[in-house]
Write a protein that binds this ligand. Structure first.
Ligand code: MN
Ligand code: MN
Length: 288
């Protein structure tokens, strides 16, 4: 059975809403498994599973002013055109003081969105991968180059990458040489999620934050439906704690790399719940 093709309870009009959800069903740069373009549909379908009332926060989702814009028309574009399209769309939202929340798509949809923001914001990337290659498969917009593209716009010291456990030697050395702030999944496991969050907070100094969530940061036991699964990942509750800790600073976010053909829907359910967590977290901390 199909549920309506919009995110559950995202029923405000565009004009009334302060948060705008949109899908970016683009998947051309994935290096291993394909199907992330199916994610916006599956994540929206999964969202109808949840209760409107959230016992954790006391929020009733009906009261949140959020609009589901639908999908951007990106399926036949090149990765460079997707960069321009997401940048233009996000700029229009920011002019109207809306908070963008995107559902990818592979990770290559993120740098265009971030390029629409002022240069002095901070970026948190939750990812199993560093995505710090200059170029991959002859494409600087490939999903393996996301953080590099973000540094074309945002100063490197304003970026924090959490949960990595898979790198190419050269990108790892480059990241260390340039002083990129990161905490790998093994370090997070060792020092604890609370301390990892504290260190990240100290590093980002209270700046406004765009959070990009590559679902493969979560262990594949919980999130198997992803393009490049990598063991020894974070738990969903670790990710919840991170989102909670930074919610007061969030000015936009995305969930990417959900690849529905590779599981039984559990990754789409988790992604939908994390989108809900973004929405309630931002809403709860909005300025009155
Ligand atoms: Mn990524
Ligand atoms: Mn990744």
């Amino acid at each position: 059975m199909d549920f309506p093709n919009y995110f559950a309870d995202a029923e405000s009009s565009f004009d009334d809403a302060s948060l705008i959800l949109f899908g970016v069903p683009f998947e051309k740069t994935s290096s291993f498994r394909h199907g992330a373009d199916k994610a916006p549909y599956e994540v929206r379908q999964a969202s109808w599973n949840f209760e409107r009332y959230d016992l954790r926060t006391g929020i009733n989702f009906e009261e949140i002013l959020v609009h589901d814009y639908g999908d951007l028309n990106v399926q036949n574009l090149t990765s460079k055109e997707v960069f321009e399209t997401t940048k233009t769309f996000t700029s229009k939202l920011l002019v109207k003081k809306k908070i963008p929340i995107a559902i990818g798509g592979d990770h290559s949809i993120t740098p265009g969105i971030i390029a629409a923001f002022p240069k002095d914001i901070a970026v948190i990337s939750l990812d199993a991968h560093m995505d710090f290659r200059q170029k991959y498969k002859n494409d600087i917009y490939n999903h393996a180059c996301v953080i590099r593209r973000v540094t074309d716009h945002i100063p490197l010291q304003n970026i924090a990458v959490l949960g990595i456990r898979s790198v190419e030697k050269e990108e790892y050395e480059q990241a260390q040489k340039q002083g990129l702030f990161f905490r790998d999944a093994f370090t997070i496991n060792k020092i604890g999620i609370g301390k990892s969050i504290q260190q990240t907070k100290t590093h980002l100094k209270g700046k406004q934050i765009y959070l990009t969530l590559d679902i493969d940061v979560v262990d594949p036991a919980y999130a198997p439906g992803t393009s490049t699964p990598e063991p020894f990942g974070l738990t969903p509750l670790d990710v919840l704690e991170i989102i909670e800790a930074f919610s007061p600073q969030l000015i936009g976010c995305d969930v990417v790399e959900v690849c529905p053909p590779y599981d039984h829907g559990q990754t789409a359910v988790l992604a939908a719940k994390l989108v809900q967590t973004f929405i309630s977290g931002i809403w709860r901390n909005r300025e009155a």
